[in-house]
Design a binder for this molecule. Structure first.
Ligand code: GLV
Length: 327
């Protein structure tokens, strides 16, 4: 019997290609070329499945042009690159990589918070530029992390991981807002208190964004929300760029409306708003929150195993739209 045909749409670990090749006829993009929609379709048209990452858009046009496609396995927990409704309408399964990246991503969210609050990158650039000629009492004085109020918008697994780090490791008071309130046991475990969204913006000393991106969360943080924040507050975004109105953020950081921001994700990434690049009170990282070697390997493995599970057993391990699977 012919093996199913798979497209691996971005460069991945060689071991992932080797693993997939035991089960599938694999076409890969190990040169990591940037394909436009038409170039993606050209390669996906004759495939039964796709291994994708967050930069590979699977929308109605792609689906219409690729009628053989039955599954897209995303190597990411976020899946805003999928038009999931269009996939469901065509009976195409989508899968993502939850759980395996939770702690690594929570670690990074906390690292970005600390770097932002304690001005680590700004001071490092100063030192490297040869500007450090003497010690001063107020040199790069930032804001404290321990004992402060940690605000979390989006309290899924990663948000809960950040809450635990803040509460248990740094004695922070944790407040959060989420579409639905956590049950009492989970709140107690995270030592987190549910508050209305406005109160979250008003009370947080350090606000971390960890909510999924969708039309409903587009620009959830704009000038009106930033205006509610304390002038000493910091904002950290490890979710998706589109959640923050970047122009409003640039203006607020320029005006000293809030103290600083740490951003791992950007509205037009990999392009970065030029306004952000001119500011010293931002820490900017290239969408690497889940990037430890073991975690990226675990994500690649889970995405590959979703494809294997689907073609061998007719189901996914971490399906997003399980309703497309026939009972
Ligand atoms: C990364 O941003 C992910 O969604 O896994």
């Amino acid at each position: 019997m012919n093996k199913p045909r798979i497209l691996v749409a971005r460069c991945v670990f060689p071991e992932t290609i080797a693993h997939l090749s035991q089960h599938f006829e694999v076409e890969s993009n190990q040169d990591d070329q940037d394909w436009n929609g038409a170039e993606l379709i050209e390669r996906l048209r004759d495939k039964d499945g796709a291994f994708t990452t967050g930069s590979v858009r699977i929308d109605a046009a792609v689906l219409a042009a690729c009628p053989r496609l039955k599954i897209c396995a995303n190597m990411a927990v976020g899946y805003n690159n999928f038009d999931l409704d269009a996939m469901t309408a065509r009976g195409v399964l989508g899968t993502n990589t939850p759980d395996v990246l939770t702690d690594t991503t929570a670690d990074f969210g906390f690292a970005l918070l600390m770097a932002t609050a304690r001005r680590i990158c700004e001071s490092e650039h100063y030192l490297r530029a040869g500007k450090w000629t003497k010690w001063r009492y107020d040199m790069f004085a930032g804001t404290d992390v321990h004992g402060s109020t940690l605000g979390i918008l989006g309290m899924g697994r990663i948000g809960q991981g950040i809450a635990r780090r803040g509460a248990l490791g740094f004695g922070m008071k944790v407040v959060y807002h989420n579409r639905s309130r956590l049950n009492a046991a989970t709140e107690a475990d995270c030592k987190a208190h549910y508050v209305a969204k406005e109160e979250l913006f008003r009370t947080a000393d350090h606000l971390v964004l960890v909510l999924p991106y969708s039309a409903a969360s587009h620009h959830v943080v704009g000038s009106a929300e930033i205006a509610l924040m304390k002038p000493t507050a910091t904002l950290v975004n490890i979710a998706r760029g589109g959640i923050v109105d970047e122009n409003a953020l640039v203006q607020a950081l320029r005006d000293g409306r809030i103290a600083a921001a740490g951003l791992d994700v950007f509205e037009g990434e990999p392009k970065v708003n030029p306004g952000l690049l001119t500011l010293s009170n931002v820490v900017l990282t290239p969408h690497i929150a889940s990037s430890s070697v073991p975690t990226r390997k675990a994500m690649a493995r889970l995405a590959a195993d979703n494809l294997i599970e689907f073609f061998s057993k007719g189901r996914g391990l971490t399906p997003l739209n399980p309703q497309v699977i026939k009972a």
